[in-house]
Design a protein around this ligand. Structure first.
Ligand code: HEM
Length: 149
C-alpha cells in the first residue's frame, strides 16, 4: 500500500489540484506567471507529478521526463511572497480535501519544504529571475571548457 493508495488514488490528487488552481486563478501575483491563459494543462501536469511522487502511475515521467523542478521554475519570479501565496492556496486545498491527520501532515510537510526550495529570488518583481530579470538558465553561456575550478 503506497501513500497514493492510502489517500484514495488519483481522484484525491485531482481534487487537491482543482481547489489549488481555483485559488490560483484568483491570485493577482500567481495567475500572471502562468504562460497559458487556461490553467487546465498546468493542473494536469501538477496532478501527474504528485501522483508519481506519492507512488502512483509514472505518467508524469513518461510525458515530461525527469521533473527537475527547480530548473523548470527558473523562468518564474518566485520570491517569498509568491511562495507564501502558493502555500496558502495549497493549504486551502488540503483543508477542503480532508485527509486523515497523518496523511495531511505528511503531505503538508512535503509541500512546504518543496515550496521553500523553489524560491529563486529575493529581489522585487522584475529584477530577479524571469523574462524581465536576469537571463534564465537556457540563455546563460555554457561554461568554458578550459575552466579549472
Ligand atoms: C513556490 C511557489 C511556486 C510557484 C509560484 C510555481 C509556479 C509554477 C508555474 C508558473 C509553472 C508553469 C505552469 C505550467 O506550464 O505547468 C509551474 C509548473 C510546475 N510546478 Fe510549480 N510553482 C511553485 C511551487 C511548486 C512546488 C512546491 C511544486 C511541487 C511540489 C511545483 C510543481 C510544479 C510542476 C510539477 C510543474 C509542471 C512542470 C513541467 O512538467 O513542466 N511547483 N509552477
Amino acid at each position: 500500500m503506497t501513500f497514493y493508495d492510502e489517500v484514495g488514488g488519483r481522484p484525491t490528487f485531482e481534487r487537491l489540484v482543482a481547489v489549488f488552481y481555483r485559488e490560483v486563478a484568483l491570485d493577482p501575483v500567481l495567475k500572471p506567471m502562468y504562460p497559458e491563459e487556461d490553467l487546465g494543462p498546468a493542473a494536469e501536469r501538477l496532478t501527474w507529478f504528485l501522483v508519481q511522487y506519492w507512488g502512483g502511475p509514472t505518467t508524469y515521467g513518461e510525458q515530461r521526463g525527469h521533473p527537475r523542478l527547480r530548473m523548470r521554475h527558473v523562468p518564474f519570479h518566485i520570491d517569498p511572497d509568491a511562495r507564501d501565496r502558493w502555500l496558502r492556496h495549497m493549504r486551502t486545498a488540503l483543508d477542503e480535501v480532508q485527509l486523515s491527520p497523518l496523511h495531511e501532515a505528511t503531505l503538508w510537510d512535503y509541500l512546504e519544504r518543496a515550496a521553500y526550495a523553489m524560491v529563486n529570488t529575493f529581489e522585487p518583481s522584475g529584477i530577479g529571475a524571469g523574462p524581465q530579470g536576469r537571463p534564465t538558465l537556457e540563455h546563460r553561456a555554457a561554461p568554458e571548457s578550459t575552466e579549472t575550478t
